[in-house]
Design a binder for this molecule. Structure first.
Ligand code: GLC
Ligand code: CA
Length: 552
């Protein structure tokens, strides 16, 4: 079978395995209690060994950190807590030397209220270009009916500014004023931010909160054609650099609306598949494949050059904004009986605690993540089964220090424990004394070993990132079976969504004579014949088979 493309392939993102990493939380190189670029550079060997091919680095800019850095006060430097621009360049070079791509964040829907643009705007005369970097109004009347995203903390999308003596608009926290994309000066600033980081050599950007850029009265102010025009302009600008730079849209929207962020291959290269994620959890909890099959089958086709980004968890809550009311109620009941675990329209838990630390469910979910059409993203710490702390406020409970060893501060930092940016996870099940990289590296049966293995296996076959998907319809609905196909390459995936042993009878008639070879052990199974192909699956078990042509 065909091997995945190299990092020189301009469509590298189609075969990538992305690792989401907050600098602050990964490794503290200078012992002040906060992770930094020196520390991240020191851990590149670990990441390379894990097998990931691209690092998505969370916002690392100067910021009052009231939204963990998504509240940016300066787009073109590094938060001094994380290091200097020289540290960043050294990290970037070290990553590139290892063949790892690095993508950053373009958070351009809003800035921090501490950004000099906002400070200037509030003092500037109404109607001046400086004032109009942001969206102002004398009343709260404009854009009525637009939903509030951070429902737990914000009552309105408008906040009164006593300095400007006017209201400013914000879709997120009130300290994050939205930029005004109707002002050409704003667009110019954004393009120069892009240039700054592209000149430095970053390989792409995640476009944060991208559906809300342009506002129009009488609409939902989401996914407007004017917003797509802005994205097309950003893309055209990036393309001036030649191929190989990637844009990833964060658009937490319904599949038809997310589809638009690919345009005709002239907007973003990638977009998160938000709708499928909660359905993976639902499918396993209900022991029924239907929610998963529906989510994938309702996914519209996308241009050849584009790719879905798949994930199980990330730095935010497990968002339930884009599921039906019944599904949301079910998810809350199934996955967050403790009300403390809920925030906004979602659940602030890590992967392992979500599934009761059941190793088989963690493996199954990754088996699906790695074999569905798209590029998988692993959230730091989930590869070792880290836990969370729902008492830390906001979404900080899933942003605790990476657990490297069972030593002081989990090996994350040499600082006085009181100085750490966040307490470590310390409970008996997930605490750093038991869950840490060092322990898992000395245990060949650990989750970390298993993850390394699976990531390597997935990377051997381009069909996972580039192939089509066809679902089979075995009568047992607890079984999810699908074919992945790319040119002559053919893979059969079979998963048991239930916690009990299940039989699967697969109608593979058209593949009579093909020989399934189990891919982890490279074990040949009996050839497919006239009758339905029969398999038995253990609790939450799954298999990947390469289907070899008769006589091959
Ligand atoms: C994105 C980020 C989230 C942040 C929000 C506002 O959704 O993922 O962490 O709070 O944007 O910037
Ligand atoms: Ca530090």
């Amino acid at each position: 079978m065909r091997r995945a493309g190299t990092s020189h392939d301009p469509r590298w993102y189609k075969d990538a395995v992305i690792y989401e990493v907050p600098v602050k939380s990964f490794y503290d190189g200078n012992g002040d209690g906060i992770g930094d670029f020196i520390g991240l550079e020191q851990k590149l060997d670990y990441l390379q060994k894990l097998g990931v091919t691209c690092l998505w680095v969370l916002p690392f800019f100067p910021s009052p950190l009231r939204d963990d850095g998504y509240d940016i006060a300066d787009y073109c430097t590094i938060n001094p807590s994380y290091g200097t621009i020289e540290d960043f360049k050294r990290f970037l070079k070290a990553a590139h030397d290892r063949g790892l791509k690095v993508i950053g964040e373009l958070v351009v829907n809003h800035t921090s209220d501490q950004h000099p643009w906002f400070q200037r705007a509030r003092h500037a005369p109404p109607g001046s270009p400086e004032r109009d970097y942001y969206v102002w109004s004398d009343t709260e009347e404009l854009y009525q009916g637009v939903r509030i995203i951070f429902v737990d903390t914000e009552r309105s999308n408008w906040t009164w500014d006593p300095v400007a003596k006017a209201y400013y608009y914000h879709r997120f926290f009130h300290h994050q004023p939205d930029l005004n994309f109707d002002n050409p000066a704003v667009m110019k600033e954004i393009l120069s931010v892009l240039d700054y980081w592209l000149d430095m050599g970053v390989d792409g950007f995640r476009l944060d909160a991208v559906p809300y850029l342009v506002k129009r009265d009488g609409t939902s102010c989401e996914n407007l054609p004017e917003t797509h025009a802005v994205i097309k302009a950003i893309r055209a600008h990036v393309d001036l650099r030649g191929p190989g730079k990637m844009l990833l849209a964060e658009a937490n929207q319904l599949p038809v609306d997310v589809r638009e962020y690919f345009g005709d291959g002239d907007e973003c290269h990638m977009a998160y598949h938000f709708p499928v994620m909660p359905r993976l959890f639902m499918g396993i909890h209900l022991e029924d494949r239907q929610p998963i099959v529906d989510a994938i089958e309702q996914t519209p086709p996308i241009p050849e050059s584009c790719q879905w980004a798949l994930f199980l968890r990330n730095h935010d809550e497990l968002t339930l904004e884009m599921v039906t009311d019944e599904e949301r109620d079910y998810m809350y009941l199934a996955y967050s009986q403790d009300p403390q675990a809920r925030i906004n329209a979602g659940i602030r838990r890590r992967l392992a605690p979500l599934v009761g630390n059941d190793r088989r469910q963690i493996e199954l979910l990754h088996g699906l993540l790695f074999s569905f059409p798209g590029t998988p993203i692993v959230y730091y710490g989930d590869e070792i089964g880290m836990g969370d702390n729902v008492y830390l406020g906001d979404r900080n409970g899933v942003r605790t220090p990476m657990q490297w060893t069972s030593d002081r501060n989990g090996g994350f930092s040499r600082a006085d424990p009181a100085r750490l940016y966040s307490p470590l996870i310390m409970d008996h099940v997930y605490g750093y004394q038991s869950v840490n990289v060092e322990a898992e590296e000395s245990d060949t049966a650990s989750l970390l070993y298993w993850m390394r293995n699976m990531i390597r296996l997935r990377r051997l076959f381009t069909v996972f990132g580039r192939g089509t998907i066809e679902f089979l319809a075995p009568s047992n609905r607890r079984v999810l079976a699908y074919l992945r196909r790319c040119k002559d390459d053919l893979i059969l995936c079979v998963a048991n969504l239930a916690g009990s042993v299940q039989p699967a009878e697969l109608d593979l008639g058209a593949l009579n004579g093909y020989v399934p070879v189990e891919m982890l052990g490279y074990t040949e199974f009996p050839a497919i014949g006239e009758l339905p192909y029969f398999l038995t699956l253990g609790p939450y078990g799954f298999y990947w088979f390469e289907l070899q042509r008769p006589g091959a």
